[in-house]
Design a protein around this ligand. Sequence first.
Ligand SMILES: Cc1cc2nc3c(=O)[nH]c(=O)nc-3n(C[C@H](O)[C@H](O)[C@H](O)COP(=O)(O)OP(=O)(O)OC[C@H]3O[C@@H](n4cnc5c(N)ncnc54)[C@H](O)[C@@H]3O)c2cc1C
Ligand code: FES
Length: 506
Amino acid sequence: MKRGSGATASVWMGKADVPSRPALAKDITADVCVVGAGIAGLTTAYLLADEGSSVVVLDDGAIAGGETSRTTAHLVNALDDRYFEIESMHGEKAARLAAGSHSAAIDRIEAIVAREKIECEFDRLDGYLFVPPGESTDVLDKELEAAHRAGLTEVERVSRAPLESFDTGSCLRFPRQAQFHPLKYLDALAQAIEKKGGRIFNQTHAETFKDGAPGQVTTNKGGPVVSAGAIVVATNTPVNDWVAIHTKQAAYRTYVIAMKVPKGSVTKALYWDTTDPYHYVRLQDVGDHEVLIVGGEDHKTGQADDADERFDRLEAWTRERFPVAEEVEFHWSGQIMEPIDSLAFIGRNPGDKNIYVVTGDSGNGLTHGTIAGILLTDLIQGRGNEWETLYDPSRISLKAAPEFAKENLNVAAQYGDYATAGDVDRVREIAAGTGALIRHGLKKVAVYRDSHGELHKCSAICPHLGCIVDWNSAEKTWDCPCHGSRFDPYGKVLNGPANTGLGPAE
Ligand SMILES: Cc1cc2nc3c(=O)[nH]c(=O)nc-3n(C[C@H](O)[C@H](O)[C@H](O)COP(=O)(O)OP(=O)(O)OC[C@H]3O[C@@H](n4cnc5c(N)ncnc54)[C@H](O)[C@@H]3O)c2cc1C
Ligand code: FES
């Protein structure tokens, strides 16, 4: 089975890992085939199964083994792309619909938790948005007004967040946000899908996707085929699309630490600042104490390999503001897909009739994944949904042209890696458990030395659109700097858009 999407472990993993299901062994048919068992895929499968559809879920890793196991699980309508930005890009009505959709997603998670009696520590709580010390609070004024216009009329300006050790200064309070334990939620959701007759298969890699009535998903190198009336590609970033969506979003790596704090020593709430990249903070009970989860330090995937410094900066930021924090108990990183126009892409795959995608999650992927479940269920059942146009994957936002140009120029610049030297000149410079690029004539080779000293060589060319991958020392993966494809040390694909591994070294 594909290992998780990196070598580090989040606070959720370990004790709450979800049991694996068997691999798909024979051809099957279903009303809907969902590829990807993260929050987006499982919510879609659950809601469809609840309406009586026969559903098959395929995942080539573990249930919730993708980015959902690396989240920090703030469930919010306080979006990380500001409401005033969404309003200026898409208009006031769209901002109102976006706010309503995220509020509805939190409500839907709460309703599912109650209905299925899921013990996942779901809790409603306030969220606080503040500016870094010494910076103007104009951004808060603008966001407050835009949030009110978007229908979030209970958002208010307060003099400071409820933190004793650290005066945030004047900030915005977003009421009725929530948090939960993501793996406990998805474990129960998977069981509920099966109780409703749904079938879930692990170790089943979806290889090709054919539109039609029925459509077909082929799996595992010529293995079993799933025929289904509708196909949902919920693989975090679409593995069925070569260009259309990948030029409209960019992959970012974000970093998280969880530091031990005594129970009750920090007021339980969600916190964010407005730095770029911003910090995001919450608490999690881990038994006899809590951990303060702090994230940030994002950079474009594959364009930096200095995780230790980023973890150190997060720790210093936390210690300065929360002197009660003791040792770091967990540290991990994960991947976020940032759409250029601030809204996820959820709906019919451009050019297809019965294939649907969900991507562009940004830092709000748990609510976006839940919105996908609601929206895609309506579309597949032939019902209208007021969010359809807002999240349409085919949309072109002319006002996002500068961001489009910026991200795609950045991608174009990555092809310059063909001309640069390797990371090292000789394989003997590669330490056990690490990887490096080596130049062989005109080609670059991705070389990994395992813990026994054995060398494993792959082509360094990403099978998506041919950029050169880079070594990620924290997660022990090869990461593509262009659109975020990732591969394990031996070249096996972990994240799309590539859907095959790195080729053999020539
Ligand atoms: C550090 C971090 C903090 C975050 N914090 C928050 C937060 O506070 N609030 C929030 O709302 N969001 C947050 N997010 C975002 C959110 O966690 C993600 O957007 C969300 O979990 C993604 O869910 P998903 O179902 O789209 O993808 P995933 O969980 O990645 O699931 C996709 C699945 O598809 C499978 N797959 C891929 N390709 C194939 C294939 N070819 N065949 C079969 N299976 C395949 C994978 O194995 C995987 O299991 C955070 C993300 C990170 C990394
Ligand atoms: S992810 Fe597009 S070229 Fe690698």
